[in-house]
Design a protein around this ligand. Sequence first.
Ligand code: CA
Length: 361
Amino acid sequence: MKTSTIDHCYRFFSAAVSVATNYKVNDAPDTFPGSGTSTWNGLRARMEQANPELSAILFSDMYFKGKGVLLVANGGCQAVSNTNYEPYLNNFLINGGRQKLYTYTGVNLNEVNSGSFDNKVNSAIGLNRCAVAGARDPNFTGGSFYARAAADNFGAPTTNGVTSLRFFHNPTQKEASEACNYAAKAHREGTAPSFPQLAVCTYNPATKQVVSSDTRLDGGPQYNCTLDNSTRTVWLDQAVTNTESFQTETGQTVRLEFDFGDLKASLELSVKQSWGRTWSATSRVATQDTMTIRPEYKGWVTLRPSLERYTVTTGVDYPDGGPRLNVQYQMDFAIPSTEMTTQAVGLVTQPMTAAERTSMC
Ligand SMILES: [Ca+2]
């Protein structure tokens, strides 16, 4: 095992970030912004983009304060892997001269820079999808804490005691969902798949709330071709597609379709066990009302269906021992209705177009 020497320390965080990002990010603050500030988010994203191998910022104090170290991992932590990552360690990136320090899949701080960081790391922010885990003693023994994307306080028993660190890929919501799907498929087929299908997926009991749909349904219009006001019955009768989905980190909604078939089945089973609700692909909703329509106007009924919204949270544990990821699934089930309904109903009336007057009257 080699021992690193520190070629460069930087008085200001801003200077270290400039070097670490190959002079692409030059507006970092001189001192760490600390926790609870939004400064980190934008800065962190730009640092990650500028150098995809940056793996973590380690801090001497709790709450992302004090002195810091930037770590560079071989290839970053971008991909799902069955091992944790072997980082290259430099203090604020020593001018391009990276050294691979260890065969052990992690860092022993007591062997770095004459142990000057040993027992002095108390919080961390993972970069490039790295999650950081730490232990009190070398080679990841002794009291430890779980891998986390960011930890503002490692807590007992590692307070002022962290000696070894490991790095893991922090899965995306989509990767975790795929792993759950593989796991459910293997369970259904009774097979023993290889990584990452061996992920353990734990389904928490579903919770339920009733909400109004964001989507407005429109019934077919009635046309008044007479010269007088006309009172008409307007109605709506439609099949509504029920949806199962989750949100990615960037707010994108991913629908669970055939490619998530086994995960879908497991979620539906969870809802059935918690609430006795049997899932169906569609629900029929209907309503009717009466309205007065002026001459040469049209009118129709609208409805925002009430939804039973079931939320199921899964905990996904990869076999690499890395972070557990919780994914929240939203399952919207339109409540069937056949009569006049208490659901949100609206009536709309508008002048007919010339084309409608021609074709309808
Ligand atoms: Ca220690």
